[in-house]
Design a binder for this molecule. Structure first.
Ligand code: WTA
Length: 649
């Protein structure tokens, strides 16, 4: 049936892959019964469930109340006191983990460093003392604008140790973006580096900081790590070298006892309109969520070598490079640079070199690997891998299959993890020892997560009807507010569907209860009264052997309301008119006449955000032949836009 608030689903994917028995036998959650029991307990009695889970953290003072108040203003573990850095470091020092590698780091030029837990402790304590010596107090905001070097993690944990609130800005953002965020957070201190390495070039960070500070007067001091050795202007009385400050710092610094709800960090995420949103996460609930989901989803074991390829400037890096894995005492790999430097085999070389067992990356990276060709992974021994993950966008089934076959060698379960900056941690994901995976589905909710798929009026939809993905119950690691703008927080996430959290994605649930995320609801197109998910048309295109990547958008169409315009990147050769016709036939054949593309446009690459998400709103303007009025400040490469426009016939 067709209802105006439903999204019609046209993707039919029937492949299913049960977890290998050998994986199940050793998994942290190892049976369907165990999953069901945990999930129902968490739904029916969340206070009991999360109270039991919270025994996994180390507390200075136990909480009085697990869950205090209703969504959206639920507080967690009130009355309790703990310290996030203590939980990520100090408590491991009392065990054999003190000699274990915490961070195995490799710079893009090939330099390496290993920090054992006791080394990390020393560096974090020293830098926490540096922060104090610069006048940073509990609650003050500190901006981190740094490359992927160990000092970034050290600085995060040092902030957490004294209760300062970090705000990390991805190193690809401009000086203006840094200034806006400094101002919004009223940051007192900026920590940066001279630069970082990316594809053999230096990304100059300090220069951008200097420019940003002309517009952000709250900042009093700047700490600069020497990474590339590039030229920097050090402003007297304002700018200080990291190594000078650390040389004199004491390695003893008690972790401050902080309330469970003490703010841990602000992370800015772009809104579709208006200024960036300062998502605020707090201490105990966030830490617990990232710790437990790391155990459940990544099946972390003492002997694992775990690599998440995200930049720490995004939530994935916060939660699954730093806080979740370190709270579990894991060994993490951290890499500074690009996946195609010095060649397209760098990631596979790192996996072989460090014997990585768990590998977590993004669909956009996977599509790039496919384009670069199988010869790169085939040159390396990937037999250390036992689990693969993906996050950030819906993964097209054919990209999933490639990941499964070429990287996982049909041996490794894939966890397709759905979550958001706002949710703090993974919400919907297979459990690798339990869930039979279906390519393209993030499968089922984790314990503590109660999703629903509803109409715009909030009515639950039946199986296979697409609608809005919402959360009906609060969870410990959810955002608490948008920094300085609680009204915007309420309006953005809690006003669309009464009593529910809604952050913009469309999805459907299949007859087995598996969730298929169809992308942002803004990306839905309406063809002749049928609301279609652009992601499903994209998946059909990517299933064609010559297609590497596709982005589908609607454009105004006299007859159909909206027409379907497909931007297609090919694996090798240039596209021809014949190939266009073939792709149109292919999509018709795969999903039906309703989804017949009106236009196919070949593009050398697609416009993406710096975290790798395709910017369909820009493509919409191009498809409609409009000048763009959109904010392009988060675009990775401006040249792509100019090129796409010039390619218009
Ligand atoms: C999308 C990243 C489908 C989704 C952790 C969400 C996904 C947005 C998936 C959040 C997935 C993330 N399948 N879509 N497995 N994971 N998304 O805040 O649209 O950078 O709302 O957080 O990415 O992006 P964010």
């Amino acid at each position: 049936m067709s209802n105006s608030s439903n999204i019609e689903s046209i993707l039919s994917e029937t492949r299913s892959f049960p977890p290998p028995a050998t994986f199940t036998a050793q998994a942290n959650i190892g049976s369907e019964e165990q999953y069901e029991q945990l999930w129902h307990m968490a739904k029916d009695d969340p206070s009991k469930f999360w109270g039991e889970m919270a025994e996994n953290l180390t507390w200075f003072q136990r909480w009085d109340t697990v869950m205090d108040g209703d969504m959206p203003n639920t507080k967690w573990f009130t009355g309790g006191k703990l310290n996030v850095s203590y939980n990520c470091i100090d408590r491991h020092l009392e065990t054999e983990r003190r000699n274990k590698a915490a961070i195995i780091w490799e710079g893009e030029p090939g330099d390496t460093r290993v920090l054992r837990y006791q080394d990390l402790h020393r560096e974090v304590c020293k830098f926490a003392n540096v922060l104090k010596s610069l006048g940073i107090e509990t609650g003050d905001r500190v901006t981190l604008y740094m490359p992927m070097i160990p000092e970034l993690t050290i600085a995060m944990l040092a902030c957490a140790r004294i209760g300062a609130v970090h705000s990390i800005i991805f190193g690809g953002f401009s000086a203006d973006a840094v200034a806006d965020r400094n101002n919004d957070a009223q940051a007192k201190l900026v920590i940066t580096a001279d630069g970082g390495w990316r594809r053999g070039k230096e990304i100059p960070l300090k220069i951008a900081v200097d420019a940003s500070l002309e517009k952000s007067p709250s900042v009093e001091k700047v700490v600069v790590v020497r990474r590339t050795g590039g030229d920097v202007d050090m402003v007297p009385d304002r700018d200080l070298w990291w190594h000078d400050l650390m040389a004199d710092a004491s390695a003893e610094c008690d972790a401050v006892e902080l309330d469970s709800e003490h703010p841990l960090f602000i992370l800015y995420t772009s809104g579709s309109t208006g200024k960036p949103k300062g998502v605020l996460h707090t201490s105990a609930g966030y830490l617990l969520g990232t710790m437990m989901t790391s155990q459940w989803v990544f099946d972390l074991k003492e002997e694992d070598t775990y690599w998440c390829t995200a930049d720490i400037g995004w939530i994935t890096g916060h939660s699954y490079i730093c806080y979740g894995p370190l709270a579990n005492g894991a060994s993490i790999v951290m890499y500074e640079g690009a996946p195609n430097w010095p060649d397209e085999g760098r990631f596979w070389e790192l996996i072989e070199k460090y014997q990585v067992s768990i590998f977590y990356t993004a669909p956009t990276a996977i599509r790039a690997f496919i384009k670069w060709g199988n010869e790169w992974p085939e040159k390396h021994d990937l037999s250390s891998l036992r689990l693969l993950g993906t996050v950030g966008e819906p993964i097209n089934p054919e990209a999933w299959m490639w990941y499964h076959e070429v990287i996982g060698q049909e041996r490794c379960p894939i966890v397709d993890t759905w979550w958001q900056t706002e949710t703090g941690g993974i919400m919907i994901s297979p459990l690798p020892g339990v869930t039979a995976t279906k390519p393209g589905s993030c499968s089922r909710p984790l314990p503590g997560v109660v999703p629903d798929i509803v109409t715009e009026k909030g009515e639950s939809l039946e199986a296979n009807q697409g609608g809005l993905l919402v959360m009906r119950q609060p969870w410990p690691h959810m955002l608490r507010t948008l920094y300085g703008d609680h009204d915007r927080f309420l309006e953005t996430y809690f006003s669309t569907i009464e009593g529910c959290y809604f952050a913009g994605d469309g999805a459907r649930r299949d007859a087995d209860g598996y969730i298929w995320v169809m992308g942002r609801v803004d990306d839905v197109i309406n063809v002749s009264g049928h609301r279609l998910s652009t992601m499903e048309v994209e998946s059909a295109l990517v299933a064609h052997e010559r297609v590497a990547e596709a982005a589908v958008v609607g454009f105004p169409h006299e007859i159909k309301g909206e027409g379907i315009c497909c931007f297609v990147t090919l694996k090798h050769d240039d596209g021809t008119e014949d190939l266009k016709a073939e792709l149109i036939r292919h999509v018709r054949h795969q999903i039906g006449a309703l989804a017949t593309p009106d236009q196919i446009r070949f593009a050398a690459s697609l416009p993406k955000t710096r975290s790798g998400k395709i910017m369909r709103r820009l493509l919409r303007d191009i498809a409609a032949g409009r000048e763009s009025t959109q904010d392009t400040s988060t675009l990775e490469d401006f040249n792509i836009l100019a090129k796409l426009r010039n390619d218009e016939e």
